[in-house]
Write a protein that binds this ligand. Structure first.
Ligand code: ADP
Ligand code: TYD
Length: 196
């Protein structure tokens, strides 16, 4: 089984995925925990991430998609070896983070996602379950303010736009959880879905 965890920065993906891993492993299930991007965003991508314009978003979309193209081979190998794969971010991170900046080119979120879906046809390994941890941009900023360079209002606005992609055009692909609930309740709810 392949499970992806989605959400804006600070939504709890890292915390939840490591707790889930422990819980599943204690049932004797082999878990492979992985993360996208597989590269560090500190270098070239870090600069592009902070640009917030369509050209940078296009470059990033191709970078993240190329990274995923390579990563899917590793995921596929682990699935073949009988692992349950838990991936912190996958395809819908690109659709939400880069898509929300490409709307000016395409006009509507639906048209952006149609184009991104076409490019993403090279991604053959798809999650059986995409869980989205929903938190407000306000909560995100409170949780991550000390993490890296937050530029204030702009980031709040951007995270809110990213969230609106997850809760809008992408919602039909996602199992949506309230990420402001307690960590224990979130982990239990996802655990129950996986076990079913
Ligand atoms: P992400 O990987 O999605 O960026 P993290 O798991 O690193 O998020 O969580 C960001 C911060 O928020 C951490 O300090 C974590 O302890 C805290 N946190 C995560 N989930 C919750 C929750 N449900 N309630 C309260 N705090 C949380
Ligand atoms: P990550 O290291 O997962 O940050 P966090 O733990 O805060 O979620 O991701 C780094 C950044 O990369 C994050 O701000 C989201 C962004 N990102 C995209 O914009 N598009 C993508 O396709 C992916 C995988 C990540």
């Amino acid at each position: 089984m392949f499970v992806a965890l989605e959400g804006i920065d600070g939504s709890g993906k890292t915390t939840v995925s490591s707790r889930l891993r422990e819980k599943l492993e204690s049932d004797g299930i082999k878990v492979f925990l992985t993360h996208e991007p597989t590269f560090s965003v500190d270098s070239i991508a870090g600069k592009l991430v902070s640009q917030r314009d369509a050209e940078s978003a296009l470059k990033l979309f191709f970078m993240f998609t190329e990274d995923r193209y390579r990563h899917q081979a590793e995921i596929s190998e682990k699935l073949d070896q009988g692992y349950l794969v838990l991936c912190d971010r996958y395809i819908y991170s690109s659709f939400a983070y880069q898509g929300s900046l490409l709307e000016g080119i395409f006009g509507t979120p639906e048209r952006v996602v149609t184009w991104m879906s076409g490019v993403s046809e090279i991604i053959k390994i798809r999650p059986d379950l995409n869980v989205y941890l929903d938190i407000s941009a306000d909560t995100a900023i409170k949780r991550i303010w000390n993490r890296r360079n937050i530029t204030g209002f702009e980031d709040l606005q951007y995270l809110d736009r990213v969230r609106s992609y997850y809760t809008g055009v992408l919602r039909k692909h996602l199992v949506i959880m309230n990420g402001e609930d307690s960590i224990e309740r979130i982990v239990d709810a996802i655990y129950r879905i996986i076990r079913q």
